[in-house]
Design a binder for this molecule. Structure first.
Ligand code: A3P
Length: 293
């Protein structure tokens, strides 16, 4: 497997006939980043650095949240990043030359399953895997796909749920495989840290401190306080500017930011169907999943 000659844009159809635009790479459906076709070979040309920090996750699991935590700790700045000038950096979505030009230490993000990740980076670089319970991640992804102009999913939650629980149509090659495969290589890896979205909701300062210690940016209590304050959902929603061309009216990266919104969306039948799949696959995950606080 590799990335060469991959990258076809296609529409996945739900059972109600509504389509979802994705980019297919070796049978994996990735979010259709704006110029992903031009950059799909990036990972073949990618040069990993020892001080790169990767945020890896299945989509909608707290990428932007973790990015701000890391940037504040790394730069010692008091305020959040300006998303327009130095937003999250997905190698699958930008020119490889621009990656090479980024000063060290780079903070890179990816949603790719393990099999598409550059081996060199796995050996050399630091990886923070953010894990969010899949029920909330699916709901969050549904609103993202509805409001993202390049995806323009017109379907219902029911249609999106069916796409998400089927490994042939799920984003990023199934939530279960994403987590199971990544956890297998990250477990016992001193260069890796797993951070749960739900733990960040429970006690953000504690997780900020864990991230700081892992990255070697140990700071004072005062700095941890400031990072916690600036990375609260309320502050991020207010302070972060989002590119207008990205969203349809009403869309936002900072939607609700809670644990358990799935309860407002899953029907009883959907919950039973999901739980049956989850119970069948949970042994492979190597990590516990918190569906509520
Ligand atoms: P919801 O859609 O459930 O609100 P990603 O950055 O990986 O795309 O994840 C986006 C999800 O993380 C969104 O979830 C968003 O609201 C949530 N999020 C972003 N910043 C957050 C914060 N500071 N606190 C809690 N949740 C946050």
């Amino acid at each position: 497997l590799g990335w060469k000659n991959a990258g076809k844009r296609k529409r996945l159809m739900d059972s109600e006939g509504n389509g979802l635009t994705v980019v297919e790479v070796n049978r994996v459906h990735l979010p259709p980043f704006p110029i992903v076709e031009n950059n799909i070979n990036n990972y073949d040309k990618f040069h990993a650095r020892g001080d790169d920090v990767w945020i890896v996750n299945w989509p909608k699991s707290g990428t932007h949240w973790m990015y701000e935590v890391i940037k504040l700790l790394m730069t010692g700045r008091e305020e959040l990043t300006d998303s327009i000038k130095e937003g999250t950096m997905f190698p699958e979505a930008c020119a490889v030359e621009s990656l090479e030009k980024l000063p060290s230490p780079r903070v890179l993000d990816t949603h790719v399953p393990l099999k598409l990740f550059p081996e060199e980076a796995l050996k050399k670089s630091k990886i923070i895997y953010t894990l969010r319970n899949p029920k909330d991640a699916f709901v969050s992804a549904y609103y993202h796909m509805k409001n993202d102009r390049s995806v323009s999913y017109e379907g219902s939650w029911n249609g999106f749920f069916e796409l998400s629980v089927d490994e042939n149509t799920c984003l990023c090659g199934s939530w279960f495989d994403h987590v199971a495969d990544w956890m297998e290589v990250l477990e016992n890896n001193p260069n890796a840290l797993v951070v749960k979205y739900e733990d960040m909701k429970r006690d953000l300062k504690k997780e900020v401190r864990r991230v700081a210690e892992f990255l070697g940016y140990t700071k004072s209590e005062e700095v941890y306080e400031n990072v916690t304050k600036k990375c609260s959902f309320g502050h991020m929603k207010k302070a972060k500017k989002e590119p207008k061309c990205f969203w349809k009216p009403g869309g936002s990266m900072y939607r609700k930011g809670i644990v358990g919104d799935w309860k407002n969306h899953f029907t009883v039948a959907q919950n039973e169907k999901f739980n049956a799949i989850f119970n069948e696959k949970r042994n492979k995950l190597r990590v516990s999943v918190d569906f509520e606080l």
